[in-house]
Design a protein around this ligand. Sequence first.
Ligand code: HH2
Length: 283
Amino acid sequence: MTATSWRVAGGLLDLSRPLIMGIVNVTPDSFSDGGRFLDGSAALAQAQRLAEEGADILDVGGESTRPGAADVPVDVEIARVVPLLDALRPLRIPLSVDTSKPGVMRAALDAGAAIVNDVRALQAEGAADAVRESGCGLVLMHMQGEPRTMQADPRYDDVVREVGEFLHGRVAALAAAGIASERIVVDPGFGFGKTVRHNFTLLRGLPALVARGRPVLAGLSRKSMLGAVTGRAVGDRVPASVAAAILAVERGARIVRVHDVAATRDALQVWTALREERGEGQA
Ligand code: HH2
């Protein structure tokens, strides 16, 4: 059975209802909002807005992972995320840092982050050591290749099986390295070294990943797979993103990582009401 709670620094998050992780990018080049919130006060205002709209977690990122994004030195990334984490702490909402760098992980945890979200699943040298003692929650994501080249020619024999085996291999390796599995949520990594077809196969196959036992996070918001089917530019993908979030939750995802919190919240409330109406208890 899949766990119904997630241990993060400072306590347990209840996953008996789906949670919304709101995205706060402090980057010049993120694929959907790059540069909009690079100025710290704009990022703070955006984060506060997402919290007011009902985000359960705020995910702060100082480095874009879009295909072809530039590398960011560790001190630059720290200078982007730590002041924002400091400013957000009074909101008393769990804060996550989206990074693969051990130095940024340590600085963010010192600044009060409760969760480390790593698109490289803690494979960087020193990453597991950086998070071990803190008790923080962890999001481990699957990616084939590296952001610069990952969309060149992604290949799988069976994408659902391979992604699941990779993620649960990481859960096992980290358990052996002294990191409790109850701290870990897994994420198939939509758009990270996957064709549009691979992404939809993964969305359809989400129940198989859920069945492996760790809670699943899905990040589909505004992604190019949605542009491919709707023909819409990034800024016009809100309805498609909300639909994708609901489809992921319907297939067992317990956390959705989104740019558009208010719209996602409304849709999840409808989903929850229907769930309760069917007499299946809490969604
Ligand atoms: N997607 C992005 C970044 N981080 N983390 C997880 N766990 N899952 C995802 O799907 C995921 C992620 C890409 O989205 P965004 O943060 O908006 O863009 P960028 O990486 O260009 O900053």
